[in-house]
Each structure stands twice: as C-alpha cells, then as structure tokens.
Write a protein that binds this ligand. Structure first.
Ligand code: SAM
Ligand code: DTB
Ligand code: SF4
Length: 341
C-alpha cells in the first residue's frame, strides 16, 4: 500500500511532472486503484445561492464587481428555493450538494439562513458542501454545528503566481481559512485552477501546497480555467490563445495530485464542457473520481447530464456509492497511518 505522506518536496513533485506521460499515468492509475474503485465516479451538484457583486478581484471570476461579465448580482436565495433545488439534485442521483456564494466572507447576519440551509439539505440525506469565502473560527464552528460536511476554499494556484491573480486577499488568508475549517472538524475541499497563464513551476507549487498540508484535503478540485469575457484572465486568454493550457499538461496535474494525495477525492471540476471525451477519460485514468453534474456550474455552463450519461456509458463508469476513503479513515484511523486493507 502506498503510504500517505505530507513531506513531499517541490523537487519530488517537479520530477513527477517530468515523467514520461505514459509512466506518470500508469503510476497514478496504480495509486488510484489502491484506494478507490476505479470505475466509480462521485456525482456532485452545484448551486449558486448568492450570485455576483463580489468585492474580491479574483482575475478569473465572472462574479467579481471588477469584471465586466454581464453576471447580475442577486441576494441570498430563499431557504425553500434552495431546498427545492437540492431535492431535484437528489432525484437526479447526486450524492453531494455544493452551494456557493459570491462573498468575500459571510456576514454574521447571513449565518442563520446559511445554518437553516445546511440543516435542511442534510435532512434530505445529501452530503452538504459550502463555499462562502473566508471564515472566522466562530463561523466555522457554527457551520460544523449545523452539520456541514465539507467546506470548499481553494488555494487556486501556487504561492508565487497567486498575487498575479488576486490582490484583495493573500495566500496566507486562504490557508488561515482552511485551518479554521479543519479545526472546526469540517472536511476540507481545496484545489485550484489550471490554465491561468501560470508556469509548470507554479503548478508544482500548487500541488505542493495541498500535498504538504498537515492533513490532505478530503477533496481536491482541479478546475480548468473557464475563460469568461470581461474578466482579466478570460480577456488575456482571448488575446493570447497560445496561453491556453495543453490537455496533456492538465492531465499531468490531475495525475500528480492523485499520486501525492492518494486518499483524496480528486475532482475534475470546471472546464469539462470544452474538454474532449478523450481528455476527460484520461483524467479518470489519471485518478480523477468526482465531477459536477448538471448543465450549469455557478455561472458558467457545465457538460450536462445528457453528455455525462453518454460518457459514463461509453467508459463503463458508475456513480460512486458509499463514503469516501479519507472520511472513512478519519473516523477510526489517523491519516498518517496506513489504512486497513
Ligand atoms: N467566493 C467564494 C470563494 O472564492 O472562495 C466561493 C465561490 S468561488 C467561485 C469558488 C472557486 O471557483 C474559486 O476559488 C475558483 O477556484 C473557481 N472558479 C471561479 N471562477 C472560475 C473560472 N472562470 N474557471 C475555473 N474555475 C473558477
Ligand atoms: C471549485 O473548485 N469549482 C467549483 C466549486 N469549487 C465551487 C466552481 C467552479 C466555478 C466555475 C465558474 C462559474 O461557474 O462561474
Ligand atoms: Fe468573489 Fe469567490 Fe469570485 Fe473571488 S472567486 S471574485 S471571492 S466569488
């Protein structure tokens, strides 16, 4: 059994990225099989419960007030409307319901409605995940008490490239929120975006940050940048098409995430709608085992249920049943120890 390690060096991760592609894929697929049923992929549904008007300046995001993307700002959705959408997601076979809000951080006055939403979605038998921006330790505790299963907060990229993408909060702010989530006992979902014009070295730094956290995130979303017109990065990519991430390099990033964080769910997140079936298949081969279903992410289009159904049938994939290995391990054994066979 491959040991779970949190002492990876940047050099080791860089060497992994440099492997011949077929060797890298083979190693990732081997690690994947040790910890996960390779034919099963987790289905998650995403809902934007508060869209647009965000004061942060994330250069990729259509919901920043700094972007001229045409996304209209809304208020926090009504609790009942959220629960109705969650019920539809459950009927469609989703295991987890992820809710996002375009906030720098939740305000204390928002917390009662958020708590009610978590309780309601959980009562339906769905796993709950929220991404609401930065959290204080107290807010994290409130979410834990409400029964929140996961909190998503991405480091987004490596520490060096980060300041080229976002200036309104720094890398350490992100790590502090992740720590608050961890300390509250909520499962951590943290990943980032590939294809923002970063270098290979930045991608090494990105994986290195996550793989050397005291505990690996239970879930690691790897997004491919969805270039949105009117955002800094969307416009930059439109002007310099050569900056678009190469499919093989994207798959390499997925594979290195899988090898360094064997027990985590590696989530093939945004960007699937412009990915070929073959690239997505390679990502599953490289250890991705979770996707967002449905026609829409938060504001951007998603591959959609019809095309996903066809892809799953073609590849012989089935929706994941049961609990994730890292969560199972957490309930009994410490992550640093080898899991029971
Ligand atoms: N406001 C909260 C925050 O930033 O933590 C939650 C929502 S935010 C949209 C969640 C994540 O979605 C971001 O951290 C980023 O990694 C990803 N994301 C946003 N826009 C994207 C895009 N255009 N392409 C790919 N990923 C994107
Ligand atoms: C994550 O890493 N990817 C999801 C989820 N966490 C919240 C969001 C992707 C957003 C894609 C762009 C949009 O829909 O606006
Ligand atoms: Fe706001 Fe989140 Fe978008 Fe950044 S990624 S602008 S914090 S909604």
């Amino acid at each position: 059994m491959t040991q779970i390690r949190t002492d990876w060096t940047r050099e080791q991760i860089a060497e992994m990225f440099d492997l011949p592609f077929t060797e890298l894929l083979f190693q990732a697929a081997t690690v994947h099989r040790e910890y996960h049923p390779p034919e099963q992929v987790q289905l998650c549904t995403l809902l934007s419960i508060k869209t647009g008007g965000c004061p942060e300046d994330c250069g990729y995001c259509s919901q920043s007030v700094k972007a001229d993307s045409g996304v209209e700002a809304t208020k926090l959705m009504d609790v009942r409307a959220v629960l109705q959408t969650a019920a539809q997601a459950k009927d469609a076979g989703s295991q987890r319901f992820c809710m996002g809000a375009a906030w720098r951080n939740p305000k204390d006055r928002d917390m009662p409605a958020i708590v009610e939403i978590v309780k309601g979605v959980r009562a339906m038998g769905l796993e709950t995940c929220m991404t609401l921006g930065m959290l204080t330790p107290k807010q994290a505790d409130m979410l834990k008490e409400a029964g929140l299963d996961y909190y998503n907060h991405n480091v987004d990229t490596g520490p060096e490239y980060y300041e080229r993408v976002i200036s309104s909060r720094n890398y350490q702010d992100r790590l502090d929120t992740l720590q608050n989530v961890r300390d509250a006992g909520i499962n951590v979902c943290s990943g980032g975006i590939v294809g923002m014009g970063e270098t290979r070295e930045d991608r090494v730094g990105f994986v290195h940050t996550l793989a050397t956290l005291e505990r690996h995130p239970e879930s690691v979303p790897v997004n491919a940048l969805v270039p949105v017109k009117g955002t800094v990065l969307g416009d930059m990519l439109a002007d310099t098409p050569l900056a678009k991430i190469d499919d093989i390099e994207f798959v390499r990033t997925v594979a290195v995430a899988r090898i360094t964080m064997p027990m985590s769910m590696v989530r093939l997140s945004a960007g699937r709608e412009s990915m070929s079936e073959a690239t997505q298949a390679m990502c599953f081969m490289a250890g991705a085992n979770s996707i967002f279903t449905g026609d829409k992410l938060l504001t951007a289009p998603n591959a959609g249920d019809d095309s996903d159904g066809a892809l799953f049938a073609k590849l012989g994939l089935t929706p994941l049943q049961g609990e994730e290995p890292l969560r199972q391990a957490r309930t009994g054994v410490d992550q640093q120890m080898e899991p029971a066979e």
